[in-house]
Design a binder for this molecule. Structure first.
Ligand SMILES: [Ca+2]
Ligand SMILES: [Ca+2]
Ligand SMILES: [Ca+2]
Length: 323
């Protein structure tokens, strides 16, 4: 579970320094107050008993709305695929409040299609995902769906609808760099598109335990119909296989196995597909990409065994089927 880090405090401290500070409370009593707003943003001084305007005030100037300043709480984050990452704003509006937080993915690894979500449908199972992010609330989450580097950008609007960055409010983009690393063990990732590059049909990735006798049967085939089987030590979730991404018909799908059992027979990998697709299988072992298999899948649909993961003290490898 993610915990708040000291980095957030640092970022907030830096932000408060960058923003317009209120007059120094330690200043001598007879010091002239300093108004940080631009001259044309000054309002008549309501406290003046005769209604006189302060020096430099423009009597007919409309009250100006100061620009909000977008900022992210953390500029860098590291996660695993399908681990929920909170997207946190450190944005400020000097004369009002932030009313909209719009996160977008401006860079992502091949195969990724993930979008920010509003909340997790089940915090105990973050890989189940959630509804699309609602920009009118500050809460947002992101589940990286493929191994690699992401950049998420935050735009904000204040309570008067002024957006930043924008032409009216030029501001450096507020971005978070997120790296999704393959966990140290077995991580199998299937991405795909239709042959024309558009969204593909709903493929299903399978990982079959060495004790499994058939595909598509619980508990020994991990797939959309059995997404979190209890493998290894009964009742211990730490050594279970976990399928993620199967709630999205366009993928990608990832199966992670944190503590494989020793097996020379291997965990078998398969894919079922209902129609034409261009798929790519990536196999990560011990955090490293060990194989990338391009899979042109025909319009007739079907099921194909792709290979097996061998896991012994002497050999940890993916052996692709020769078909
Ligand atoms: Ca404002
Ligand atoms: Ca939100
Ligand atoms: Ca278990």
């Amino acid at each position: 579970m993610w915990t708040r880090r000291p980095l957030l405090v640092t970022a907030l401290a830096a932000l408060s320094t960058a923003c317009q500070d209120p007059p120094d409370e330690a200043a001598p009593v007879d010091a002239q107050p300093v108004d940080a707003r631009p001259v044309d943003a000054r309002l008549p001084d309501a406290a003046a008993p005769d209604g006189a305007l302060p020096d430099g005030a423009l009597p007919d100037a409309a009250p100006a709305n100061a620009c909000p300043a977008p900022a992210v709480a953390r500029a860098r984050e590291v996660a695993r695929p399908l681990q929920a990452v909170p997207l946190e704003s450190a944005s400020r509006d000097p004369d009002g409040a932030i009313a909209r937080w719009t996160w977008s993915v401006v860079a992502r690894p091949d195969g990724s299609t993930a979008a920010p979500i509003e909340a997790l449908v089940d915090p105990a199972r973050p890989f189940a995902g959630g509804p699309p992010d609602d920009p009118s609330t500050p809460a947002a989450w992101f589940l990286p769906d493929a191994v690699g580097a992401y950049t998420l950008e935050l735009r904000v609007a204040d309570d008067e609808g002024l957006e930043a960055p924008s032409d009216a409010c030029p501001h450096e983009a507020a971005r978070m760099d997120l790296t999704a690393e393959a966990p140290t063990d077995v991580n199998i990732q299937l991405t795909w598109t239709a042959p024309d590059g558009g969204p593909g049909p709903d493929l299903d990735l399978h990982l079959r335990h060495p004790a499994g006798a058939a595909w598509g049967e619980a508990p020994y085939d991990c797939f959309a119909g059995n997404p979190r089987p209890d493998w290894g030590r009964p009742g211990d979730a730490a050594d279970d296989a976990i399928l993620g991404g199967h709630h999205s018909p366009t993928g990608p799908e990832v199966i992670a196995l944190a503590s494989p059992e020793e097996t020379a027979d291997g965990y078998r990998v398969g894919v079922s597909w209902p129609g034409a697709a261009e798929a790519v299988l990536r196999v990560y072992l011990g955090g490293a990409l060990v194989d990338l298999v391009e899979l042109p899948l025909g319009a007739e649909g079907g099921f194909r065994e792709l290979g097996r993961v061998v896991w012994t003290p002497a050999r940890r490898a993916f052996e692709p089927d020769q078909n």
